[in-house]
Design a protein around this ligand. Structure first.
Ligand code: FAD
Length: 277
């Protein structure tokens, strides 16, 4: 398929205050020049970003291009989530990213409802109103105990009514292709959009990758470490590595790309331009 026909989307982190809201709006305007298919805004289940998510989703969605609200039960009960779903529906929001989320640190309690239960709940409450994305993990979710569970549970989310999926970020295209082979073998045929994390700083990417279970191949990690005090070289190397991986993903049949912008336009724009999109 021609590159121009693929789906491109940009994710924002839920803003916590007015300054952050203004920043997201600025980045949204800048990335809007690329005519993405949709944007999405993360949701801090149980935390302070819930209102920031809702207001940002509704405000940006009113500007035209669809904005997906990330949503999870977290530690909330069905009444609160039901209310939120109906607020989104009434405000004209048509897309959701349905997640289990994680228990916030310092909060104890039993496990959270899994994403397949949330997808079921959304379909029960609002029928086919929303296009629902779910998360996928080509390098496995950190809690996954057996490789076969990853596809089994992913299939449960799709069977519950998810339309498509966005992956956790990775820096090894083979993990994505292998994951897609396993989806095909299991009869899971929804589009799975690779999540793309630009590399802009060494400490941040190493720390976050450890938490979410994304592997940084050794040759990339060592090169980034060498460029730790040389931001220009780090940026150039990071852009090259991520762009080449995007090329491979597109050439290998990925249906599009979902960029984790971390509320910055420049890294995504650089990769976009290098890809010649
Ligand atoms: P699930 O699909 O429920 O899976 C979690 C784990 O449980 C996996 O190991 C899975 O194999 C297993 N599992 C799944 N279903 C079952 C079942 N029915 N029974 C037993 N085990 C099961 N976090 C946020 O807090 N806010 C966000 O906005 C956010 N956005 C994200 C966007 C994307 C694209 C991705 C990839 C992740 C995002 N996350 C976000 C992180 C996510 O919340 C965490 O990775 C979380 O730990 C798992 O959420 P999930 O929806 O993948 O969970």
């Amino acid at each position: 398929m021609s590159r121009d026909k693929l789906s491109y989307s940009f994710e924002f982190s839920a803003p916590r205050d007015d300054e952050a809201i203004a920043k997201v709006k600025k980045v949204h305007a800048r990335l809007g020049e690329l005519s993405p298919h949709f944007y999405s805004v993360t949701y801090g289940a149980g935390g302070s970003t819930k209102d920031g998510t809702k207001q940002t989703v509704i405000d940006l969605n009113n500007l035209g291009t669809p904005v997906a609200a990330h949503i999870s039960f977290g530690t909330d009960g069905p009444d609160l989530i039901r209310g939120l779903l109906h607020e989104y529906k009434e405000a004209g929001v048509t897309r959701l990213v349905a997640l289990r989320g994680d228990i916030p640190s310092g909060v104890s309690g039993k496990g959270l409802p899994h994403a397949n239960e949330l997808v079921e709940f959304i379909r029960h409450e609002t029928g086919d109103h929303f296009h629902i994305d779910v998360a996928a993990y080509p390098e496995f979710h950190p809690e996954t105990r057996h490789v076969d569970d990853e596809i089994r549970y992913f299939k449960m989310k799709v069977d519950a009514g998810a339309n498509s999926a966005i992956t956790q970020y990775f820096y090894n295209a083979d993990a994505y292709f292998r994951f897609m082979d396993r989806c095909n073998a299991a009869g899971v045929d929804v589009p799975v959009f690779p999540g793309i994390m630009p590399i802009t700083n060494y400490d941040g990417i190493v720390r976050f990758s450890k938490i979410c279970g994304a592997e940084i191949p050794q040759w990339i990690e060592k090169t980034l470490r060498n460029y730790k005090e040389d931001p220009a070289s780090l940026k150039a190397f990071g852009d090259d590595v991520v762009t080449q991986m995007c090329e491979r993903l597109i050439d290998g049949g990925a249906p599009g790309l979902h960029f984790y912008t971390l509320n910055q336009s420049a890294p995504t724009l650089r990769i976009w331009n290098k890809l010649g999109l």
